[in-house]
Design a protein around this ligand. Structure first.
Ligand code: C5P
Length: 232
C-alpha cells in the first residue's frame, strides 16, 4: 500500500465538486467524500466520481448496532470505494460485523479504517460528557488496538499520534492523518497540525488535506506540492 495524498472534497454539491476536480486535467487524485456531499447527492456521486477514475475514501463514520452496521457496509461495498470508516467506539463486535458486511462474495473489500476519538473532542469533554477518565493518548491507543484486533486496516488519527499507533499496532497498520498544513499556510480551525513533509517523516500512510488544496489560489499546484513533500 503506497503513500498517498487524499483531497477532502468538502463541497455541498455535485456542481461544486466537479468544477473543482475539472481543474486537475489528466490527474486523478485520491479523494475523500464526506457526509456533506454524500447526503446532498446520494450514492450516485460516488459512482460518478469512481467512473471518472478517482480512488475514493467514503468518510461516513458509521456507528450503530452491529447488525445495522453490517447491513449498511454490505450496501456500501457495492459502491466500489477504496476506503471507508466507522467509529471504534461502536465496540469490537460492531467492527467485526462491519468487516463481514463490507467483504464482497469474492472476498475483496475496501480498506476499513476506524475513528478513535474525534480530534474535536477535548480531554475535558471526554471526561465530563463521555465519563471516560483515562488520558486521551491511552484511549486513542486502546481504540486503535481494538480496531487492529477486530481485523481493521488502520485508524484516522492526528499525525502526532501516527508513530505511537504504529508502535502499538504494527507498521502495516495504516494511519490516515488529517490536520495537515503547509509551513507557510493558514491553520484555519485545526490546532495540532503538521506539514506534509513532517507527516511523511513520522510515518503517516495517507494524509487527508482539505482547505490547503481546495481553498488555494492554485489547487493543482498545492496538490503537487503535497505530493512532492509527502510521496516523492
Ligand atoms: O480543510 P482541512 O484540511 O482541515 O480538512 C481536513 C479534513 O479531514 C476534513 O474533511 C475534516 O472533516 C477531516 N477530519 C479532520 N480531523 C479528524 C477527522 C477528519 O480534520 N480527526
Amino acid at each position: 500500500m503506497g503513500k498517498d495524498v487524499i483531497i477532502a472534497c468538502d463541497f455541498a454539491s455535485r456542481e461544486a465538486t466537479l468544477a473543482f476536480l475539472d481543474q486537475f486535467t489528466g490527474k486523478k487524485p485520491f479523494i475523500k467524500i464526506g457526509m456533506e456531499l454524500y447526503y446532498a447527492e446520494g450514492p450516485q456521486i460516488v459512482r460518478d466520481l469512481k467512473a471518472r477514475g478517482h480512488k475514493i475514501f467514503l468518510d461516513l463514520k458509521l456507528h450503530d448496532i452491529p447488525n445495522t452496521v453490517k447491513k449498511a457496509m454490505a450496501v456500501l461495498s457495492k459502491l466500489d470505494v477504496d476506503m471507508t470508516n466507522l467509529h471504534a467506539a461502536g465496540t469490537r463486535t460492531m467492527m467485526e460485523a462491519a468487516l463481514e458486511g463490507l467483504t464482497r462474495p469474492d472476498g475483496t473489500r475496501p480498506l476499513l479504517i476506524a475513528v478513535t476519538q474525534l480530534t474535536s473532542t477535548s480531554p475535558e469533554a471526554m471526561e465530563q460528557d463521555l465519563l471516560i477518565e483515562k488520558p486521551m493518548d491511552q484511549v486513542v491507543m486502546h481504540y486503535a488496538k481494538n480496531a487492529a484486533l477486530s481485523g481493521l486496516d488502520g485508524v484516522v488519527c492526528s499525525p502526532l499520534e501516527a508513530e505511537a499507533v504504529h508502535g502499538v499496532c504494527g507498521k502495516q497498520f495504516l494511519t490516515v492523518t488529517p490536520g495537515v498544513r503547509f509551513a507557510d499556510g493558514d491553520k484555519g480551525d485545526q490546532v495540532r497540525v503538521m506539514t506534509p513533509a513532517q507527516a511523511k517523516a513520522i510515518g503517516s500512510d495517507y494524509i487527508v488535506v482539505g482547505r490547503p488544496i481546495t481553498a488555494a489560489a492554485d489547487p493543482v499546484a498545492a496538490y503537487e506540492r503535497c505530493l512532492a513533500e509527502f510521496v516523492d
